[in-house]
Ligand binder design. Structure first.
Ligand code: ADP
Ligand code: ASP
Ligand code: MG
Length: 402
């Protein structure tokens, strides 16, 4: 008995039957004597559909209005789930993000949670209600709706678990755990019993959308253990925690990010301060820069190449063009790239990891455009059309094909 936070993603609440299935899981947990807070996402593809509706009307819509629109998806889910729970004979109440105490900053569409005021949550739990909270959303100091960025409901669940000191935080989804690669793409991907926060953070950041990376960051910060578990087949899932058994694994997973764009500044003056000025401007615009490569200067000029998320590429190019020293330098942009990465704490002490990965790519005749490494990951930038083939080949090199 204790307080359990259960989060259900879009596919888990996609239709009436799935909503009833979730209500059954939640009420079973409640009937065992637990207090339950449920966090839900918008049904199925609702968020994508809402974004498409906005694009039809104004592709450059203000982010504030986008948040107002996107937050509507979760409002539908919470009401429907509360009704389903009521039908199964348990008391329930649905709460929007602001009602549940989610206070955020004002970065619309990518807001960060500043605080969860748990007063209302505690009152409702005290009344023995199953509290159903809209994920992905909060309110800023202007009383405006904000959203936390795509996949943000995971973060809402972890934030509640941290603020309420929950005994358990379960992330229910449409796969039965975290795998060594996306199980929908790689047939022989293996389910992991455990994975560390650091490894999961890298995997999530590098493209494995099974958990949102900010949720993992927050789980690590507040030491909230997460269980990634299937809503359709609720056998024990994958535990995400501080330390995890290595199971003799050198790497923990292989992942891809197909939303990358490569931007190059070719022939910029080879003088001090250029990289600083370029990347501080991008940081000021909240644009995350990933792999960076700078050539050795020649004839007084050098080239700087880096990757950003494709959604930020327009803004990044415009920002760089506005820099006074760009002058005759040429700015090029390539959206046909993808990043493939291997992640694992074990690779730090195994010098052969990079060569195993590169050999697998060579075996498929795949050219590497850029490379970046840290203690627990190796990423390569390749042609986007080769990404799935690359993931499969690299996965096979590390995990075999049985
Ligand atoms: P939800 O709607 O429940 O939030 P998501 O679609 O955001 O679910 O995340 C679940 C999906 O993540 C799975 O359907 C799977 O295809 C994908 N995925 C990508 N990489 C991995 C991985 N390494 N392990 C498990 N699932 C993964
Ligand atoms: N509904 C939001 C999205 O599609 C949040 C989430 O699913 O976590 O991104
Ligand atoms: Mg998700």
């Amino acid at each position: 008995m204790g307080l359990i936070v259960q989060k259900f993603g879009g596919s888990s609440v996609a239709n009436a039957e799935r909503v009833m299935n979730v209500a059954k899981i939640v009420t079973d947990t409640y009937k065992q004597g637990n207090d339950v807070v449920v966090v839900v996402s918008a049904q199925g593809d609702t968020t994508d559909d809402l974004i498409a509706k906005a694009k039809e009307i104004n592709p450059a819509a203000a982010k504030r209005e986008m948040d107002m629109l996107m937050a509507a998806g979760e409002q539908i889910s919470i009401a429907l789930l509360a009704m389903a729970i009521e039908k199964l004979g348990c008391p329930s109440i649905s709460l929007l993000g602001w009602q549940a105490g989610f206070q955020t900053n004002s970065v619309y569409s990518a807001a960060r949670i500043k605080k969860v005021d748990t007063t209302r949550l505690k009152t409702e739990i005290g009344n023995r209600k199953i509290v159903v909270v809209a994920g992905f959303q909060g309110v800023n100091k202007y009383d405006d709706m904000t959203t936390l960025g795509r996949g943000g409901s995971d973060t809402s669940a972890v934030a509640i678990a941290a603020a309420m000191h929950a005994d358990k935080c379960q992330i229910f989804t449409d796969v039965d755990g975290v795998y060594t690669a996306d199980p929908r793409k790689v047939k022989n991907a293996k389910r992991l019993a455990e994975i560390t926060y650091d490894e999961m953070l890298e995997l999530a950041t590098l493209g494995a959308q099974v958990l949102n990376n900010r949720s993992v960051e927050m789980a690590k910060k507040y030491n909230v253990e997460l269980e990634v578990i299937s809503s359709l087949n609720p056998i024990p899932g994958t535990m995400v925690k501080e330390t995890a058994k290595m199971e003799k694994m050198l790497v923990r997973g292989v992942t891809k990010d197909s939303d990358a764009s490569r931007i190059s500044i070719v022939g910029v003056s080879d003088v001090p301060g250029i990289a600083y000025k370029v990347f501080s401007l991008l940081a000021a615009k909240n644009i995350n820069v990933d792999i960076i490569l700078q050539s050795i200067g020649r004839d007084g000029t050098k080239d700087i190449t880096f990757t950003v998320n494709e959604a930020n590429a327009d803004e990044a190019v415009k920002a760089i063009e506005s820099l006074p020293f760009i002058g005759d330098a040429k700015i090029t942009r390539d959206d046909t790239v993808a990043k493939v990465s291997v992640v694992g704490a074990g690779m730090e002490t195994h010098p052969g990891t990079a060569s195993t990965m590169f050999e697998a790519l060579f075996g498929q005749d795949i050219n590497i455009q850029m490379i970046s490494t840290s203690e627990i990951k190796i990423s390569v930038l390749i042609d986007r059309k080769d990404a799935d083939k690359a993931v499969a080949a690299v996965h096979e090199a590390f995990f075999g094909n049985d």
